[in-house]
Design a binder for this molecule. Structure first.
Ligand SMILES: [Zn+2]
Length: 423
């Protein structure tokens, strides 16, 4: 049963034309169909609870190059009670600290300027501006997460970012010098209104920084487990440039980052703004075209490769179980949900999944109710093999696991193919 269908948004499967939420074009091709799966971060309270499933089908717009899945589920359902805290990963904390230090050292921010972060989560990034005396305001719709940010002294608006909210912020505070939107544009079903909001808040010297895993990495790095319902859009430099152009903004620089297994940081300003266009924009766009990111035939080949990886993962689990191995998972993240729900998994193939999040512990991963336990509980078991689902921070996790379980435990990642994590 599909509930909570949104009716006012452009990209809706099964309700007439499919329209690109970036450029409103109507030519989208099928890139990867993962069937019907549960929402990634909706964990079961009881092991045998019923779970709803929704289609998960990546399409790419031939006009602008935006990858996207249908918005069958409302953001309210996904983000009002969000269980992902950025501060849980030391990798992300360091990344945020480095970003703020770079901005402050660049000399662009002056006393009296203010910085806006959209989807500011638990304040993991904005807290770094406080020692420099720069005012920072966060927008974070998940009330439970926003509250943590407020305890750090960060003014946080608990709403979804929109053109309406942008107008309110502008009339109260004026133009921010810097707008940060990390890993949020992917989560916005009404992208048009979101970008209108960015445009409203962009003054003559405002810079906008947008970080997002790139569509190129899904294709080239086989990162299909980063496709899930809450990621409505999958950005490319091509798409960002074209969509910004529609709304009077300009992409003037692209930085290629290693975080999240490969993200792009897109820098925007007003069209014909004061910052000169960097050669990185043309370079990244050429790379995307040369790697056939917008070619249906390339994605067709990709779909076959994904099927093979899923089959290998399934075979590995079954063989391991038949050999008497004790297989556990680590990291009950959305990535785990996508891959586990895309295979035919029998109950008990993965005994439990350990996760540091107290919010996730004692819940169960659908569809077969794999129990989520604390790392301490995992250390009391005798695992022979552990699959690290968040491969993007596998080194950090592997170091932690080896420190507590010793060298004999075998650590694995299933993406981009089944392989052991080296020490
Ligand atoms: Zn488009």
């Amino acid at each position: 049963m599909v509930e909570n269908l949104t009716t006012s948004l452009p990209f809706i499967e099964g309700r007439g034309a499919i329209v690109c939420r970036g450029c409103l074009g109507e030519n989208l091709f099928s890139a990867l169909d993962l069937g019907s799966v549960p929402i990634a971060n909706e964990l079961l309270v009881l092991q045998d609870s019923q779970i709803e499933k929704f289609p998960l089908h990546l399409r790419v717009c031939t006009s602008c190059g935006l990858g996207q899945v249908a918005d069958v589920v409302t953001p309210e359902r996904i983000f009002r009670d969000y269980r992902y805290l950025s501060s849980m990963s030391s990798t992300f904390l360091q990344h945020a600290f480095d970003f703020v230090t770079e901005r402050v050292n660049s000399g662009i921010l002056e006393l009296g300027d203010w910085v806006l972060e959209i989807a500011s989560n638990d304040g993991y990034l904005l807290k770094n501006f406080t020692p420099h005396g720069i005012k920072a305001i966060g927008v974070e719709p998940a009330e439970n997460v926003a509250e943590i940010s407020r305890t750090l002294g960060i003014e946080t608006v608990s709403e979804f970012f929109s053109s309406k909210l942008a107008s309110d912020l502008l009339s109260t505070y004026g133009y921010p010098k810097l707008i940060i939107a990390n890993n949020v544009m992917a989560h916005v079903p009404d992208l048009e209104d979101f970008i209108k909001g960015l445009r409203i808040l962009t003054g003559p010297s405002t810079q906008i920084s947008i970080e997002n895993p790139s569509l190129a990495n899904i294709l080239i790095g086989m990162q299909f487990d980063t496709i899930y319902h809450e990621h409505y859009s999958y950005l490319s430099a091509n798409a960002v440039q074209k969509i910004c152009d529609i709304h009077g903004l300009q992409l003037f620089k692209v930085e290629e980052l290693t975080i999240h297994g490969g993200s792009n940081r897109y820098w925007l300003q007003l069209q014909n703004g004061c910052y000169s266009t960097d050669s990185s924009v043309g370079k990244v766009i050429r790379f995307e075209v040369e790697n056939r990111l917008f070619d249906p035939a390339e994605w067709n080949t990709y779909a076959s490769k994904v099927s093979k990886i899923l089959q290998e993962f399934q075979n590995w689990l079954r063989t391991g179980k038949s050999q008497g191995n004790s297989i556990y998972g680590y990291g009950a993240a959305a990535k785990a949900s996508t891959i586990l729900n895309s295979i035919e998994i029998n109950p008990n193939l993965v005994i439990s999944i350990a996760d540091v999040s107290l919010e996730k512990q004692k819940r169960f991963m659908p569809p077969h109710g794999i129990k989520i336990i604390s790392p301490e509980e995992l250390f009391k078991q005798n695992p022979t093999d552990i699959i690290i689902f968040p491969w993007n921070i596998k080194r950090e996790i592997a170091t932690f696991l080896r420190a507590n379980l010793g060298e004999q435990v075998r650590l694995w990642c299933a993406i981009p193919e089944m392989c052991q994590v080296e020490n």
